[in-house]
Design a protein around this ligand. Structure first.
Ligand SMILES: [Cu+2]
Length: 158
């Protein structure tokens, strides 16, 4: 096996056609991975923020582990503000992950971020993003008569 790989890597012709199981081949695939051309995804940065369509709420990423979101278990801390910029405590927050290209969500389908104890902050732990590809995350916030939802989209390279 080792000798086969060595021959493969040292032969220009074979390298040009790819050595599927070699390290070199895997690196090239990753660099040009499925997310490289994804136009629908948000670029994750700490502090990524979005207002809901009605302006009732604004949701900000305080923390993501891993960052950017990746395949497997993810932990997020989100901060919620209202239209006046005040931190929102006591809201019902619901998160729905969805893979639009595959027509399926996560298991369980809805996740319910809970208060962290820090004003305006809600966390979700052990969210299982089990597939590579584009995931949409609909965040619904409800407080009293006010409810609205917004969407973040991330491409999970895996
Ligand atoms: Cu999928």
């Amino acid at each position: 096996m080792h000798s086969v790989r060595r021959v493969c890597l040292s032969t220009l012709l074979l390298a040009a056609f790819g050595c599927g199981d070699s390290q070199e081949g895997a690196d090239v695939t990753r660099a040009e991975g499925l997310c490289a051309q994804e136009q629908r995804a948000d670029t994750f940065v700490a502090g990524l923020s979005r207002a809901s369509p009605s302006g009732a709420f604004e949701v900000t990423f305080v923390e993501a582990m891993p960052a950017p979101p990746d395949r497997g278990l993810n932990r997020w801390v989100l901060e919620v503000k209202d239209r006046t910029g005040a931190l929102v405590d006591g809201a019902e927050v619901r998160l729905r992950p969805w893979m639009p290209d595959h027509g399926h969500g996560s298991n369980p389908p809805h996740l319910f971020p809970t208060a962290t104890g820090v004003a305006g902050q809600y966390q979700i732990t052990d969210m299982d993003l089990f597939m590579s590809g584009l995931w949409q995350f609909t965040v619904r916030v409800e407080r009293g008569a006010d409810s609205d939802e917004l969407v973040f989209s991330f491409c999970i390279e895996g």
